[in-house]
Design a protein around this ligand. Structure first.
Ligand code: ADP
Ligand code: ADP
Length: 226
C-alpha cells in the first residue's frame, strides 16, 4: 500500500512566500492524481515537499502509513520525473537508467540487467548505448521514466514531464503514461497546467490556488461548468 497523506502541510520560503498553506490531501494507493492550477499556485512546491527536496515548514507527509516528513529524499522510496528529464548528458541510456541503482549500491551485473530489462519494457532496447543528445524528446522522456521505474518506487512524482514534447508526441506520451500507470498500479502524483492532460490522465484532480486546494474531485466533476 502506498497511499499518500498530507496533513496541514505548509511551506514558507525564506523570503516569506507562503507556497503551501495548511494543505490536507489523501491520494489513494494506485491512484493517478493530477495537480492543476495557475503558475505560482504551489504545485511544484507540493511535489518537491512530497519528494523531500524541500522541507515542510509545518505539517506531516505520510507514504504507505510511514511518516516520511523527516526522511531525506533517498529514503522515501518515491521517484520524481522532472520537466527537463534531468538526464546525465555524458552517460549512455543504460547508465542513466542504472544510476539510481548505483547510488543504492546494487552490484554492477544486476544493475545492468535491470536497466536493460526496464529499457526494453519502454521500447528503448535499440538505443541502450546512445547518449541523451542522440535521442528524440519522446525517447528522452522514456529514459527518464525508465530511470524512475528501475528502482520500483512506491510512488511516481511527475512535474510536467510532457511539456517539452511537441503536440503529437505529447498525445502519444499521454496514452503511454496512462497505460504504464495502469499496468504497474503505482500511486502517481502528476503536476500539469494543461486541463486536457489532466482530463485524459487523472482519476482525480486537485485545483490549487495561492497554496491551497480550491477544488477536488474526478475530472468530470471538476471540469463541469457551473
Ligand atoms: P507552481 O509550481 O504552481 O508554478 P511553485 O510551487 O513553483 O508554483 O511556487 C509557489 C510560490 O512559491 C510562488 O510564489 C513562487 O514564486 C514561490 N517559490 C517557489 N520556489 C521558491 C524558492 N525556492 N524560493 C522562494 N520562493 C519560491
Ligand atoms: P518484473 O516483475 O520482472 O519486474 P514486469 O513485467 O512486472 O516485470 O515489469 C516491467 C517493468 O516494470 C520492470 O522492468 C520493472 O522495472 C517495472 N516495474 C514492475 N513493477 C513495478 C513497480 N511496482 N514499481 C515500479 N516499477 C515496476
Amino acid at each position: 500500500m502506498a497511499d499518500i497523506t498530507l496533513a496541514a502541510l505548509s511551506k514558507v520560503y525564506p523570503g516569506g512566500t507562503r507556497a503551501l498553506d495548511a494543505v490536507d490531501l489523501t491520494v489513494a494507493d494506485g491512484e493517478f492524481f493530477a495537480l492543476l492550477g495557475p503558475s505560482g499556485c504551489g504545485k511544484t512546491t507540493l511535489l518537491r515537499t512530497l519528494a523531500g527536496l524541500e522541507t515542510a515548514t509545518a505539517g506531516r507527509v505520510t507514504i504507505g502509513g510511514t511518516d516520511v516528513t523527516d526522511l531525506p529524499p533517498g529514503r522515501r522510496d518515491v521517484a520524481m520525473v522532472f520537466q527537463d528529464y534531468a538526464l546525465f548528458p555524458h552517460m549512455t541510456v543504460t547508465d542513466n537508467i542504472a544510476y539510481p541503482l548505483r547510488i543504492r549500491k546494487v552490484p554492477a551485473g544486476r544493475r545492468r540487467a535491470k536497466a536493460t530489462e526496464t529499457a526494453g519494457a519502454l521500447g528503448l532496447a535499440d538505443h541502450l548505448t546512445r547518449r541523451p543528445d542522440q535521442l528524440s524528446g519522446g525517447q528522452q522522456q522514456r529514459v527518464a521514466l525508465a530511470r524512475a521505474m528501475a528502482c520500483h518506487p512506491r510512488a511516481f512524482l511527475f512535474d510536467e514531464p510532457l511539456s517539452n514534447l511537441d503536440a503529437r508526441m505529447r498525445l502519444e506520451a499521454r496514452t503511454f503514461l496512462k497505460r504504464l500507470q495502469r499496468e504497474l498500479g503505482v500511486t502517481t502524483v502528476f503536476v500539469t497546467h494543461d486541463q486536457a492532460e489532466a482530463l485524459a490522465l487523472a482519476d482525480r484532480i486537485a485545483v490549487m490556488e495561492h497554496g491551497r486546494i480550491r477544488q477536488l474531485g474526478p475530472p468530470t466533476e471538476v471540469f463541469r461548468r457551473p
